[in-house]
Design a protein around this ligand. Structure first.
Ligand code: ADP
Ligand code: MG
Length: 766
């Protein structure tokens, strides 16, 4: 048993590792015998594990781990460490394995995936982006093949056929958003043969906290094209003339903009003396707000780029240009008007899904990440998952220095640049983590002015970023990157080929500098974790200023620091507490947001599942046809006679599905309006969620009956054209194109805040 394992048999609040560690010895004893097997014999031995059901008993679990270890050694040249096998067993038990960066979670997850697959389960390994999904599937491919299981992967560019093939494999790698969008698109299928995603069995979620907590606040939305939007060029022109600071003001955090009294006057006058705030003119006010938002808050090349005559969104934290993604309609049109572009099509939300709903579909869920304990409660509350804390294979010797605190942002930056220069002079590689891409670029310019050449990660793609990050441990290299960029990529000392490893080790290994603390300690830890992988030397330090958003947004009242010297450094120990306090407030707010999204979507999920259950019966069991035979017996008989039963069943299915889907889209729009409208009412002490439920529940009553009645009406009107029933002629339409986006869900905030929130927090689809 590894020393590190003996040291740590469980941390409070996490599951005990003892049941796993006690098997390690037997697993090791089996090794020699397995080495003697030919490849074919090894594959056969793995197949024998398929003769029983889940869960694994002790002896089969031992055999699985031993076989997996041997297979990995042969195919990847890596013999899984004890810690990795403990991780495998924790995953098979349905836990989230906390394993630090560089501990080999990819292989750990793969062995667990194989374990599930050998027992007949269909496994989805969910990644944070397409690049990682493909990389890991291909990387682990030889291992899977030797163990006799099939693997596939899905990316944004995958065709429907490729997707279907990938999902048909025993193990499928996909990003969470691709999977979600496939699930959403399947909900529009009108023929069982068009379905893409099979029944969910097992989900293994990599970077589980990012996916389950951070991205869970962002519902995935599927929209369909209806008509071109109206361009609001006049309004764009009007707001262009407004004077910043006089006619409108932008909040300090850049999230909100509002007209001043002078601005209101100016707009009202320009519009010919209207009253912006009169009840009839609410659309006018929202048009002004949208145009102003597009004008004042969304900057070209920061929030979006214009390419090929189209507005393309940039994801702020990752700096990625998102394909097939857009803002909610009004805003998209406002930005297009601002840029003098033709308005693109408007859409309507066809359906949406939260990460919670997506993940909770799987009867078996598990995952791995470097930072799980900090969100252990949320994982339990939202996903019924427990955390298993797995010690590193080699002790972590990274030196984490105390935060350096400064009075002003400028002093912080000066000190940081000085530090970079000093460390760089020794040849030690430096990785600077920023809050967003704009900050990266600004800082990189500043470093370059100081004669410090650096590599900066910006709006490219994940694969490029991975390649850059992989070299961040090169001797003398300075890399500037957001916290998210290059996730999942290993930073080896001395460069990816480790050519210079000894020289870099002598400098102290990778030195990580945080340009400000993040809104959660987990994100800080993820950045820190870039250094000191697998027992490497390394160091980390964060530079913080009183002017940082984290402080001004969360503890604006904080005052009274003492500055120790001319460089503005604060030594007052109470200030360390202030910074931590600010971070805890930020974490609390994010949790509240998550909880709200969850509570709000719960009711919608209940209603949706009623519709989906019904839809399934129509799609697979001819329910529509049976209902119509009852509802309009005369028509039904007549049409049978004319075109045959099969054709009638087809038409009945299409007509019924059309009205179900139409009804659901309308109901969704109603719920969205309801949600946005609730804040306008005087609520007193009443809970907005109760109010929401009070109206949403009756609105859904009779939903299925109504869809059925409409279907019957349309069915009665069907005409026979060329021996077939003309459903299109009767009004059955499907969206011509669909696209997807993700919105930050902020139920119960004000209308305008809601838009701002959504816009500011759009997350790119890779
Ligand atoms: P994580 O996802 O935990 O950060 P990765 O799965 O990306 O880590 O693996 C980090 C590095 O460790 C990779 O280069 C991988 O090849 C290597 N690695 C993983 N397991 C082993 C092992 N048992 N022996 C040697 N190297 C390993
Ligand atoms: Mg990883």
């Amino acid at each position: 048993m590894a020393e590190s394992v003996r040291r740590l048999l469980g941390r409070p609040g996490s599951v005990s590792l003892q049941p796993y560690t006690k098997l390690l010895k037997t697993i090791e004893e089996r090794e020699e015998a397995l080495r003697a097997l030919s490849d074919a014999e090894l594959t056969e031995a793995a197949a024998e594990l398929g003769n029983a059901e889940l869960p694994y008993d002790r002896s089969d679990l031992t055999e699985l781990c031993a076989l997996g270890r041997e297979a990995a050694r042969r195919t990847l040249g890596e013999r899984p460490f004890d810690t990795q096998l403990i991780g495998v067993m924790a995953l098979l038990d349905g836990h989230v394995a906390e394993m630090a960066t560089g501990e080999g979670k990819t292989l750990t997850g793969a062995l667990a995936a194989a374990g599930f697959a050998l027992r007949g389960q269909r496994v989805h390994v969910l990644s944070v982006n397409d690049y990682l999904a493909r990389r890991d599937a291909e990387w682990m491919g030889p291992l899977y093949r030797l163990l006799g299981v099939e693997v596939g992967w899905i990316g944004q560019e995958s065709t429907t056929e490729e997707r279907r093939a990938a999902y048909a494999a025993d193990i499928t790698y996909a990003s969470v958003s691709e999977l979600g969008f496939d699930v959403l698109r399947d909900r529009l299928a009108t023929d069982p043969a068009d379905l893409v995603v099979p029944e969910p069995n097992v989900a293994i979620i990599d970077e589980a906290d990012s996916v389950l907590v951070d991205e869970a606040r962002v519902p995935l939305v599927l929209a369909g094209a209806a008509e071109p939007a109206e361009s609001d060029a006049a309004m764009a022109e009007l707001v262009r003339k407004l004077r910043p600071g006089i006619d409108y003001r932008v909040d300090d955090d850049g999230r909100n903009v509002h007209l001043t009294d002078a601005g209101i006057d100016a707009v009202e006058k320009a519009l010919g003396g209207v009253d912006l705030y009169s009840a009839e003119d609410t659309t006018l006010l929202s048009r002004v707000n949208l145009a102003l938002h597009a004008h004042a808050l969304l900057q070209r090349d920061v929030h979006y780029v214009v390419r090929d005559g189209k507005v393309r969104l940039i994801n702020e934290s990752r700096g990625r240009i998102a394909l097939l993604q857009r803002w909610p309609d009004g805003l998209q049109a406002a930005v297009e008007a601002k840029e003098h572009l033709a308005a693109s099509e408007t859409g309507e939300v066809l359906d949406s899904i939260t990460v919670q709903s997506l993940v909770l579909r799987y009867p078996i869920r598990c995952g791995m990440t470097g930072t799980a304990m900090a969100v252990a409660e949320q994982l339990r509350e939202f996903y019924e998952l427990e955390v298993a804390v797995i010690p590193p294979n080699k002790p972590n010797i990274r030196v984490d220095e105390e935060d350096r605190l400064y009075a002003t942002a400028e002093e912080k930056e000066d000190a940081l640049v000085e530090k970079v220069a000093e460390v760089h002079a020794t040849g030690r590689p430096i990785l600077i983590g920023t809050q967003d891409v704009a900050e990266s670029e600004r800082l990189a310019k500043r470093l370059e002015r100081a004669g410090l050449e650096c590599v900066v990660l910006n709006a490219k793609n994940d694969a490029d970023e991975a390649a850059v990050i992989a070299e961040a441990g090169t001797y003398g290299r300075i890399t500037v990157s957001t916290q998210m960029a290059g996730r999942g990529t290993d930073i080896r000392l001395g460069g990816s080929d480790m050519k210079d490893r000894d020289r870099v080790v002598a400098t102290g290994g990778l030195y990580v500098i945080g340009y400000g603390r993040y809104p959660s300690s987990r994100l800080d830890d993820q950045l820190r974790g870039r250094a000191g992988r697998q027992g490497d030397p390394g160091g980390s330090v964060f530079y913080v200023s009183v002017e940082d958003d984290l402080i001004t947004n969360n503890v604006p009242e904080a005052r009274g620091y003492r500055v120790s010297s001319a460089d503005g450094e604060i030594t007052d120990p109470a200030w360390r507490q202030t910074v931590n306090h600010a971070q805890r407030i930020a974490e609390g707010q994010l949790l509240e947001l998550h909880r709200n999204t969850w509570r709000y979507n719960k009711l919608i999920d209940v209603q949706r599942s009623v519709v989906l259950e019904h839809r399934r019966a129509v799609l697979h069991d001819n329910l529509g046809s049976r209902q119509l035979a009852v509802d309009c017996p005369a028509t039904y008989e007549e049409l049978v006679e004319q075109v045959g039963e099969e054709e009638v069943a087809r038409a009945a299915r299409l007509v019924t599905l059309y009205h179900l889907d139409r009804g659901w889209t309308d109901h969704n729009a109603f719920l969205a309006d309801l949600r946005e409208g609730i804040h306008l009412r005087f609520l007193g002490r009443r809970d907005p969620l109760d109010e929401f439920n009070r109206d949403a529940v009756p609105a859904f009553k009779g939903f299925l009956d109504e869809a059925r009645a409409r279907a019957a009406e349309m069915f009665a009107e069907l005409k026979v054209v060329d021996g077939r029933l003309d459903v299109a002629g009767a009004g059955v339409k499907r969206p011509s194109t669909t696209w997807t986006y993700m919105v930050q869900d902020q139920p119960f905030s004000t209308d305008f805040e809601n838009i701002v929130g959504r816009v500011k927090n759009l997350v790119g689809r890779d």
